[in-house]
Write a protein that binds this ligand. Structure first.
Ligand SMILES: Nc1nc2c(c(=O)[nH]1)N=C([C@H](O)[C@@H](O)CO)CN2
Length: 118
């Protein structure tokens, strides 16, 4: 399986369990690896034959920017579902990083894998 990826996607959103976090947008940093077979596109050199990573990024900016989840777990799961269903991706690995959310720690967050890796 080949992988099409987006790295260091930064999106401002309401996320968190504390009162102040319900009022102020914070930046989440998203890394996604999406399973694909890139051979048809490599052969045709046509964007229609592959997953357009720009379309994925645009969709996530819209979805996450409007979302108001409390947990990074929920955000990760919902984003994974969206990518699997809307973009027909068979497998993905997704990291949601809420950088600086805990004093003394650079990164916190979750990493999930969903779908079938062939
Ligand atoms: N497993 C989790 N632990 C915590 C989360 C979370 O989303 N998942 N969130 C928080 C707070 O919102 C934190 O980001 C700010 O201190 C704490 N623990």
């Amino acid at each position: 399986m080949d992988i099409i990826y987006l790295s260091d996607l930064r999106i401002d959103t309401i996320i968190g369990i504390y009162d102040w976090e319900r009022r102020v947008k914070q930046t989440v940093i998203i890394d996604i690896e999406m399973g694909a077979d890139i051979r048809a596109a490599a052969n045709s050199d046509n964007i229609e034959d592959t997953l357009n990573y720009k379309n994925v990024a645009k969709r996530l900016f819209a979805y996450i920017g409007e979302s108001e989840f409390e947990l990074v777990e929920t955000l990760a799961e919902k984003v994974a579902e969206l990518i699997l269903t809307e973009f027909k991706v068979p497998w993905l690995r997704l990291k949601v990083n809420k950088q600086g959310a805990v004093r003394g720690v650079r990164d916190v967050g979750v990493i999930i894998e969903r779908g079938q890796k062939s």
